[in-house]
Design a protein around this ligand. Sequence first.
Ligand code: NAD
Length: 482
Amino acid sequence: MHAYDSLYIGGEWTRAGGDGVIDVVSPADEETIGAAPLASTADVDRAVTAARRALRTPEWAGLTPEQRAGVLERFADELEKNQADRAALTSKQNGMPIAVAIAAEGTAPPGLLRYYAALARATPLEERRPRLDGAGETVVRREPVGVVAAIVPWNFPQTLTAFKLAPALAAGCTVVLKPAPETTLDALELAAAAERAGLPAGVLNVVTGGADVGEYLVAHPGVNKVAFTGSTAAGRKIGEVCGRLVRPVTLELGGKSAAIVLDDADLTATVQGLATCSLLNTGQTCYLSTRILAPRSRYDEVVAAVAGLAGALTVGDPLDPDTHVGPLVSSRQRDRVESYIAAGKAEGGAVVTGGGRPDRDKGWFVQPTVFANVDNDATIAREEIFGPVLAVISYDDLDHAVALANASDYGLGGTIWTSDAEKGLDLARRVETGSIGVNFFDLDAGAPFGGVKSSGIGRELGPEGLSAYFQLKSIYLRGTSA
Ligand code: NAD
């Protein structure tokens, strides 16, 4: 049992203002595995105040980029000491298969801290430019944007926190983190690691709670920027608030990406790739290629191969290293996925594998499910399901495939499967999306990631991800008064 009785605010573990509690429940066996206090609005006020104060302290604001990079690296050292435990904690909370958790949640947070520490060292904070009119010079400064409200979902909780925290700290910002209630525990573990690493007080603060705590934080007058990952519905609300407040915001939202299988694709390799590119983390990953576009000439073959893949995956205990597919995060999420399976059937889709629950006594499992005969306009092809449900859709020629891929409200990821990588690259250029893979999909921490259309605004990762935490100031300089 991971039981917390306090929140991490201003460098101290302090009692929450109210007496609400968040119970964290294992999606695999429905047992309570931990609890944490629920933050009150007064706790959010304290966290934002602490973050504002830390923005000006010599212990943080007074650090050189080199010294700040050292802080990030000590934080990474701490996170590397308990990588396996942190990965297991994510699996216990959200049902992520442990092999995925080790690869992502275990390694990504310290890796990102090290990457952004190196970028902090390499990024000049001031640049002198001769004025265009020749009358003096201008000093262009990169200054930290200020207090960052970082709001993250439960699906890759530690990784998505690090997407925000690492560049924010590298830029000299301070952070108030609001994790999803389902994965509250790892955020408090992160705070404990920050404390052990000697992060100055107030640089990282954690407030717990659901959407209401998030809403209060987003609109807080002491916050300078919001970095959000989550659903498009919540992102729209947050974007509206930030628009009204003229507050910078990064929105990493949902997706309904396409896998375009070309007629020259090696189906065995394609299907092996789709196991991760379409079903990673039990389908609870934002960028997955869940619409599989197959050439009409090979449609039946592709349907059979994808169904063979999904039907052969091992569904089971997320802590078992052989498990490919774990439970969904909550009974609510399982209800949602099952309602999409029902909609798929009602709209004429044919279930070729799965469609029900595996034979288990406990836990919020659904079988990996593949639909054939799906129209691109069907509900299950338009809306993000966030579960292990794939739709195979046929296309006539490459122009048609691109048109289908682009006929989506979303534009986050995508994949192209072909034996001719250059042809794949040509096609990738035509897909309206923030990222796309040819014969695989794997985020590159050195390159920007984010969405177009309803998948979001702004980019994380890469040097672009650091720029989002700086604001620019121009100082017009003349040696003598004119
Ligand atoms: P969610 O939007 O319900 O919640 C995400 C976080 O926002 C949680 O911490 C929640 O408490 C908080 N929240 C919810 N409403 C809020 C509001 N109005 N104001 C402030 N905070 C609010 O999403 P979820 O169900 O936790 O996560 C699944 C969603 O996240 C999926 O749609 C998925 O595609 C998306 N996602 C996107 C990316 C990406 O990088 N684009 C990555 C992972 C997940």
